[in-house]
Design a protein around this ligand. Sequence first.
Ligand code: NZQ
Ligand code: ZN
Length: 390
Amino acid sequence: MVNFEFLNPTKIIFGKGTIAQLGDEIKAHGGTKVLVHLGGGSVKKNGVYDQVINSLNAAGVSFVEQWGVRPNPRVKLIREGIEICRKENVDFILAVGGGSVIDSAKGVAVGVPYDGDVWDFYIGKAEPKTKLPVATVLTIPAAGSESSWSSVVTNDEGAFKRPLDDAVLFPAFSILDPEATYTLPPYQTACGVADMMAHVMERYFTNIQHVELTDRLCEATLKTIMNNVKTALSEPENYDARAEIMWSGTVAHNNILHMGRIGDWASHNIEHELSAVNDVAHGEGLAVIFPAWMKYVYKHDIQRFVQFASRVFNIENNFHEPERTALKGIDALETFFRSIGLSTKLSEIGIGEDKFDMIAVKVLKSDGKTAGNFVKLTAGDIKKILEIAK
Ligand code: NZQ
Ligand code: ZN
């Protein structure tokens, strides 16, 4: 294990009916005027919006609304949100939605007290020193942004999608009511599952030895997600399945699985460029890239891939043929993604070979000379992974 410090200050309020606590909780965190930040309208259809507004009104918390966050949130809307907050003297940001709404809300929160352009934070030109407090009401378990220190934002000028990671970005609190996820379409449920599994696997494939506890926590999280997703897809209002998936999504990315290890993150860096190029849903992009990345790097540590295959997919560990066992595990993952309705090929998500060079170069622009840690990938390596995924 490598040395580590663990901090995750986000308070989680989990379970049925918990959105009713929202207004009082904001007051307890000092919020007096709230920007309610929202997406494209799913929360109006499923009643979550009404629950939020009722709770704010019951607690006497005043608010303004900003709608229109798109999947793969854009910096343009964040800039508009910053202006609203300044004009309306907002002192608290509430995100109601998924990772895109939450990441956008975090962008607004760091942008309000900053004199320059908020995009500066995403290109490393400035570091956020402070922000307005952020809370979330999560409606799609996926990105883990409800208790992560990240915000991932797209700038249409140049088609860049960039992460900002900073401890100031942890939300103050997040409300997770699994009933709010009943209306998720199968495709969004599946994308969310692929993303949370990728968050676990980015951490799992590490060069650090003697990380047994976190290995086994990772494996348990992956198995729990896979054990419950089929039920969630066939019975969207199955509380228990939705609850298991929702909590798994948070655990996958709140850093508890990361302690003592060094994660990889090349697949995420590559996927962010797919989303920037073609507005691909993040989870589906990962279902395409992760198996291809695995096929490219497994020889670097076959035993780790054998462990993954045998412990996560119950594939018989044939000691005479470790490579075969490792490859069976990768195949099982790809088959699982397809079984929940996701594409696993670039051609299926509208990305042709003509884009491969450009994507490889852009991945490295966001990550220095190489991408990833398990195996440090050059632009040539990334291109080969894209070839495998085509
Ligand atoms: O916009 P609305 O109408 O709300 O519809 C959304 C959206 O179309 C819909 N949806 C959400 N909850 C729903 C619902 N539809 C019906 N019923 C509900 N209960 O789902 C669609 C997708 O929403 P989005 O927020 O984009 O999904 P997700 O949570 O997967 O977020 C993806 C974004 O998070 C970033 C990704 O890159 C991507 O931009 N990530 C953020 C991370 C972080 N901050 O820590 C880490 C991740 O690795 C990831 O990069
Ligand atoms: Zn992700």
